[in-house]
Design a protein around this ligand. Structure first.
Ligand SMILES: C[S@@+](CC[C@H](N)C(=O)[O-])C[C@H]1O[C@@H](n2cnc3c(N)ncnc32)[C@H](O)[C@@H]1O
Length: 269
């Protein structure tokens, strides 16, 4: 197996990942995880994990949703931990991880993959081991509760799928004040520092948010604020090019169809 200081990739595989943008169109979601309003694809998570860790190292997702990061970590032969506030998603994540473990068989039997149903703001009390890499995506502020998401809400609620994460006051997706949301989110990420090994990377996948006719630059604000605690290394832009275009503002004003996310790279140094 190839090996260098960071991962087990060949030089060719390393170079391929170095491009600052990539197109990844999520494959159709399995039935069990469809209930969650916003997950990233395991196939994409695996590429990040395989770049930023070696086999046998440990990955954390402090807002694990239905467990994409942990499934990807298993496939990549890494240990993983996830915190998820909503008991329903934590349960789904555990089921999915069990199914994945069963299908991967003996090869992963010594790997840990643990979902904790809890609050990421309380991470210090969960007694996690040293973490080599963080891969995560926060609620995009309270966007799932915002006006303008009605079409999606109608479509999802008629199919009995969740239209927002929870009603829990500790749910980051329920904070309506942008500055408060940003402050609390950054504090959660800062709280990971005692767990991280020196030089561990963190990848935060996030979008700038459109609300009330203006942009709240969530990705840029996280980059600037968290850059005081970890070194901001770079961004990698995730593009989706299989989404239908909606005629927002057609004929009157500029409103984009936003089909890109920022994968912000930080390093604990
Ligand atoms: C964008 S989703 C993450 C999706 C995940 N990456 C996946 O692929 O399934 C954000 C998640 O953060 C969870 N969450 C919100 N506030 C939290 C908190 N304080 N602690 C832990 N999880 C929280 C929500 O329930 C939601 O599942």
């Amino acid at each position: 197996m190839p090996s260098n200081k960071l991962n087990n990739l060949t030089n060719k595989e390393w170079l391929k990942f170095q491009k600052s943008w990539f197109i990844h169109n999520p494959p159709p979601r399995k039935k069990g995880v469809l209930v969650h309003p916003a997950k990233f694809p395991e196939t994409m998570a695996q590429e990040f994990i395989e770049f930023f860790t070696k086999e046998g190292e440990t990955v954390l997702d402090p807002m694990a949703g239905t467990g994409s990061t942990l499934v990807a970590a298993l496939r990549a032969g890494r240990n993983s931990y996830g915190i998820e506030l909503n008991p329903k998603y934590a349960k789904i994540a555990r089921q999915i991880i069990e199914e994945e473990r069963a299908s991967l068989g003996d090869s992963i039997s010594t790997l840990q993959s643990q979902i904790i149903n809890g609050d990421a703001a309380q991470i210090a009390k969960y007694q996690l081991p040293t973490i080599d890499y963080v891969l995560t995506s926060p609620p995009y502020w309270d966007m799932l509760r915002a006006k303008g998401a009605e079409t999606q809400k109608k479509r999802r609620s008629s199919a009995e799928l969740d239209v927002h994460y929870s009603d829990d006051p500790n749910d980051m997706g329920n904070i309506s004040d942008y500055e408060e949301f940003l402050r609390k989110l950054v504090k959660i990420y800062e709280g990971l520092k005692p767990l991280l090994r020196e030089k561990a990377y963190l990848t935060i996948i996030v979008k700038n948010v459109k609300k009330g006719g203006k942009i709240y630059p969530l990705a840029w604000d996280i980059a600037r604020e968290l850059g005081r605690t970890y070194t901001l290394k770079d961004e990698k832009i995730w593009l989706q090019d299989n989404q239908p275009l909606a005629p927002f503002g057609l004929g009157s004003a500029w409103v984009s169809n936003t089909f890109h996310h920022y994968c912000l790279q930080f390093r604990n140094e």
